[in-house]
Design a protein. Sequence first.
Length: 253
Amino acid sequence: MARTSSPPRVSPDERTVRVAHRQFARRQWARRWLAWRRLLVVLITLAVLAGGGWLVFFSSALAVERVDVRGVDVLGAGTVRQAAAVPLGEPLATLPLDSIEARVESLAAVAAVDVSRAWPDQVRISVTEREAVAVVERDGKMRGVDETGVQFRTFASTPARLPVIRISAATRSEALAEATMVIDALPDDLAARVDHLTVRTIDSISLRLRNGRTVFWGSAAESANKAKVLAVLLEQKASVYDVSVPGRPTLQR
C-alpha cells in the first residue's frame, strides 16, 4: 500500500503571519471600497444636482404656463396680467419677480402687490387695491381718491356713501390727502351736514354745509378741537364760520 504524504506542518509563527496578511488585505480592500464609495456618492450627487439644475433652470417642464391674479375688484385680472407682462414659457425659477411687481405697482389703483412663484408652473400676483374714501369732483368728472390723496378710479355718478371734494387744476395730491384727514376726523353728525369740501391748498380747506353755510377749516391740524368749536358756533346764525384757529373762531353774518 502506497504511503500518503501528510501536509507540511506550519509553525505557529508562520500561521500568525498568514492571518495577519489576510487581515491586512481585508483592511486594504475596505479602505479602497470606502474611497470608491465616497467617490461614487459624490458623482451621484453631482449628477442629481446637474439634472435638477437643468430641470429647474432650462427645461420646459417647469416653465410658466399661467398667471394667477388675486385681490382685484376695481381692476380686472386681465388688466393686471397685461401690466405684469409675465413671459409665458420661460423657466419659472429665473423670472425677475421684482420687475413684475414694479410694473403692476405702476397701475394707479394698486396700493401694494406681492408676486411669488407657485410651483410647478404658475406666477401668483396678489394685489391690494386702493380704497376710495372720497370722490373728487372736477370738470364734471367723479374720481375716487384714497387716504393718501391718489386719484385712482372713475365713478359714473357720485356714490352716496362717499363725501365729495371739489378741487382746481392747481390742487396737489398733498392737499387732497389733507382733506381726507379732515373727512376722517369729522364726527358723524357733522359729516352728515356736509355737502362737499373745497380744497385749494394744504391749509386752505373749507366745508360747504347742506344748508348753504360755509366753514373755513384750514388744515387737518386740531380737527377734533375744530369740530367741538364748530358745534357751538352752529347754534348762531352766520354765513361763514372760521375755525381754522380753534382758539379764535370767527363768524360772518
